[in-house]
Design a protein around this ligand. Structure first.
Ligand SMILES: *Cc1c(COP(=O)(O)O)cnc(C)c1O
Length: 406
């Protein structure tokens, strides 16, 4: 398959290139001390992660600890209620251990840390989901784990802070500035500069400097590989469309990578939040422009000074002012169509999936469900496979307080 002179049958060989570029996006824009550490990780990834020993160990972990393969479920009552004849399916990453897809890359990153002889993993977290997944992986491998988190987020995300501590992680409070995700990223990078001989930094999505966008995509590609085979076995065909929500973009790259070389329409769904005014959404591919932040070149939302703009989404896992460089590339190529749904459509979908299917989705994943329902109403026939990136247990208190029982 070919899009704007990019061949998808050789896509994974060619993208990213050896410097981590997907076309003009990606790369590594960081201070020299950190570049040394990133080069070490990139070299280790090429040798260690491609070895049959590493692959065999990761496969065993996926099967025996994570509970993979996760199933694909047909949404019979939801499909019938839409009534256009379009069949909806979900890939059940909510059934992955810890309740979301993030463990797919955290187990890979922590296993790499172990093979590299590192004693510690370091990361930042906003809502705490990445922190919990990494703390889980660290406990499994017997690694120390430092999670940097702003004081404001520590107050807001008490259950996840408790989870990380129970798992044995050290939650390092960051009090600078607004004391949220951005300051936590800065503090975690500073710690990594001091400790990179003994530690590795584990990024939580397909973002950051090379090799992370590639590495996290490759660890998440298990979603797409499983889903494609499962869907073929269930229906004898490929889906007509695949849908996933996009924050940084890791769950989306995971499922998309299984279908890039197929005649399948692919949709990435960004959060429109309260509306299209700057500050009310986090739809970076929809409204952003090219720019560099957090060590990589991509499409981002900028304020008037060219700095990352304030963003908002009802889903705390989606409120990031950029997206992974590979999404910017696939966006420009036209291979993936990026579109938006707002908070209200998302909350409707949250309740619809819960009531009709007995599956309570994460609010992040409910964005993809909302878009899948819209597609089912417009395309008129065929099948849509939605990546259900996580379960909604973490969101229930918030939903009840803010929206009440519907
Ligand atoms: C973190 C998170 C996301 C957003 O991250 P991506 O890297 O865009 O996948 C989506 N869904 C759930 C359940 C999450 O926890």
């Amino acid at each position: 398959m070919q899009y704007n002179s990019v061949e998808f049958d050789t896509y994974f060989k060619n993208y990213p290139d050896e410097k981590g570029f997907f076309g003009k996006y990606g790369g590594s824009y960081i201070q020299p001390e950190l570049q040394t550490a990133m080069n070490e990780i990139a070299a280790a990834y090429q040798t260690i992660c491609k070895s049959s020993k590493f692959i065999a160990e990761l496969r065993k972990i996926r099967r025996e600890f994570q509970g993979r393969p996760t199933p694909v479920s047909y949404l019979e009552r939801l499909s019938n209620s839409i009534g256009t004849g379009v069949q909806l399916y979900v890939k059940r990453e909510d059934l992955n251990h810890t309740g979301a897809h993030k463990l797919n890359h955290c187990m890979g990153e922590a296993l790499l840390a172990k093979y590299m002889g590192k004693k510690k993993v370091i990361a930042e977290t906003g809502a705490g989901q990445h922190g919990v997944a990494l703390a889980t992986a660290a406990a499994y491998f017997g690694l120390e784990c430092d999670i940097y988190m702003g004081s404001v987020d520590i107050q807001k995300q008490a259950p996840n802070v408790a989870r990380m501590k129970i798992l044995g992680a050290r939650v390092v409070e960051v009090t600078e500035g607004l004391a949220t995700l951005k300051e936590a990223v800065d503090a975690a990078f500073a710690a990594y500069c001091r400790e990179y001989k003994d530690a590795i930094y584990c990024i939580g999505s397909v973002v950051g400097p090379h090799p992370f966008p590639m590495m996290v995509r490759d660890f998440q590609s298990v979603i797409g590989i499983e889903a494609r085979a499962q869907f073929l076995e269930m229906t004898g065909e490929l889906p007509d469309a695949v849908v996933a929500c996009v924050g940084g973009g890791s769950n989306a790259m995971g499922i998309f990578s299984g279908f890039l070389n197929d005649p399948v329409d692919i949709y990435g769904v960004e959060p429109l939040g309260r509306g299209s005014r700057m500050g009310d959404h986090a739809a970076s591919l929809q409204y952003g422009e090219e720019g560099i932040m957090h060590g990589f070149n991509s499409i981002m939302l900028k304020d008037e000074n060219g700095e990352p703009a304030p963003v908002y989404s009802v889903a705390s896992g989606l409120d990031y002012p950029s997206s992974g460089p590979e999404h910017a590339f696939l966006h420009d190529l036209g291979r993936v169509k990026y579109d938006v749904v707002n908070d209200d459509e998302t909350i409707d979908a949250f309740y619809t999936l819960s009531r009709l299917e007995g599956i309570i989705p994460a609010i992040e994943s409910a964005h993809a469900v909302a878009y899948g329902i819209k597609l089912a109403k417009t395309i008129g026939k065929g099948s849509v496979l939605i990546n259900l990136s996580g379960r909604g247990d973490k969101d229930m208190d918030y939903i009840i307080r803010k929206y009440g029982i519907r």
